[in-house]
Design a protein around this ligand. Structure first.
Ligand code: SF4
Length: 451
């Protein structure tokens, strides 16, 4: 499905006992350099969030269909090709690929399935040759992995409907496990080293930049997002205001930001939060108009194609229906009616909903956006995904006349991840940043979470 512009996922397989059978997708138009695993010195530590550890593929096979674009990285392709050539079956591999200007993608069958998908939703490459011949991207999904001087770190792509269910847990914590690369059997967390790995290293970031302080900042962000003394809106607004201040004060100063986060944690002003339905709906209209139509921004890079054509090149799937439904049910509401519908259907404080959303935001932090993006863009993404997930959930509630519940919330998050989490989100965000500047971007982002 989507390309991940800032992170090249790595090939990992893990499950409690056996390599995962499920393999899929996504890739990578990485802006960052990818390094061969053998060239990276990784400390023998795995930092595994509890929801990542809880994930187990249900073999639904959804991610092996042509709803998603599956880019195969060159190294993986070469490995596969050598093996297919040895068997005299290279034609089979060539037929299964679409060759692009840069790289190659899976060429799906007319029935929408990956040509290597077996009838029981296993991967024939793994079944016939072994996991080591599979593409990195297929071995990894839906996990994401990051390498840094503190070890290997993980998060999840929540476009997988099974992965999104891992958000139902009381609180995400991070387990540190000792990793012995040559003795991986029977470990609590099975993992096979990828061919290539993308590294991040705060110590090599410029002095005074946020990245330089990233470990500390990440700890603070997690603490803030899990501080249940405050509502999620309060936590998000406090974070937004800190970033806003840091942008105005001293752009990119990591010390200022970390200090301000400390202060925000201690002094979150409960009275600051005011319902701002109008601002929220205005922003959401803006988002819908920007992302879901072909209207181009007035400046910056050209607008990418609308999600249905970008994600669903040849099929009509529920994602299109979800988009239509949300546009019809929510985006047509007046400010007043929107507020009334929220009050009628959305009662997160009485449910497991805030915990699911908190875990969603925690997973987002663990995906390292605040390292790889400038803070306003990372914050915009976080605020946007939070707000739009609630909008989708509200649309589903209105459609089915049900108060928000766990299933609706998870469905909304999964749909939103499928529809919006792709390259064009960043292109659009970057264009917005260029057009509006950081201060206005922050103001708009904070408006997204005020309701
Ligand atoms: S969508 Fe998720 S659960 Fe389904 S096959 Fe893919 S990884 Fe497994």
């Amino acid at each position: 499905m989507w390309s991940l512009p800032f992170f090249m996922p790595l090939s990992l397989i893990f499950s409690s006992q056996q390599p995962s059978n499920l393999n899929i997708l996504i890739t990578t138009t990485g802006y960052k350099e990818v390094t061969l695993l053998e060239n990276i010195k990784i400390p023998p530590i795995l930092r595994i969030p509890t929801h990542v550890k809880a994930f187990s593929c249900s073999l639904c096979g959804v991610c092996c269909t042509n709803k998603w674009k599956i880019d195969i990285d060159d190294l993986s392709f070469e490995t596969m090709l050598k093996h297919f050539e040895k068997l005299g079956r290279q034609r089979e591999l060539y037929d299964a690929m679409l060759f692009r200007h840069k790289g190659q993608q899976i060429r799906f069958l007319p029935n929408g399935k990956c040509p290597f998908l077996s009838d029981n939703n296993l991967c024939n490459i793994q079944l016939q040759f072994g996991w080591e011949y599979m593409a990195d991207i297929c071995n990894m999904y839906p996990r994401r992995i990051f390498s840094s001087p503190r070890g290997l770190e993980f998060s999840l792509s929540l476009s997988c409907a099974t992965a999104v269910h891992t958000l139902i847990q009381p609180k995400i914590t991070i387990e540190r496990l000792h990793h012995e690369p040559h003795d991986q059997q029977n470990k609590a967390f099975y993992f096979i080293p990828p061919r290539t790995l993308e590294e991040y290293s705060p110590a090599s970031a410029p002095l005074g930049s946020l990245r330089r302080h990233y470990y500390h900042v990440e700890d603070l962000l997690l603490k803030l997002m899990q501080d249940r003394d405050y509502s999620l809106n309060q936590r998000l607004i406090a974070l937004g205001r800190v970033i806003e201040l840091s942008v105005n004060y001293h752009n990119g100063d990591g010390e200022n930001l970390t200090h301000s986060l400390h202060v925000a944690l201690k002094n979150s002003d409960r009275t600051y939060i005011k319902a701002n339905i109008r601002g929220n709906l205005q922003q959401l209209h803006f988002v819908i108009n920007s992302y879901l139509t072909r209207s181009a921004p007035t400046s910056g890079p050209p607008s990418p194609p609308s999600p249905p054509s970008a994600i669903l090149p040849s099929t009509v799937t529920p994602f299109e229906k979800a988009l239509e439904l949300v546009r019809a049910k929510v985006m047509t509401l007046s400010y007043e009616e929107y507020g009334r519908q929220l009050a009628r259907y959305y009662h997160p404080e009485n449910d497991v909903i805030p915990i699911i959303l908190e875990n969603y935001l925690v997973n987002s932090i663990l995906s390292k956006d605040f390292f790889f993006q400038v803070p306003p863009l990372a914050y915009y993404k976080m605020a946007f995904f939070y707000a739009i997930s609630i909008v989708f959930a509200l649309g589903y509630c209105i459609e089915t006349d049900q108060t928000i519940n766990q299933q609706i919330m998870l469905q909304a998050i999964c749909d939103v991840e499928n529809i919006f989490y792709q390259e064009w989100f960043y292109l659009h965000g970057t264009a917005l940043l260029a057009e509006y500047g950081e201060t206005r971007m922050m103001r708009n982002s904070i408006a997204l979470v005020q309701f």
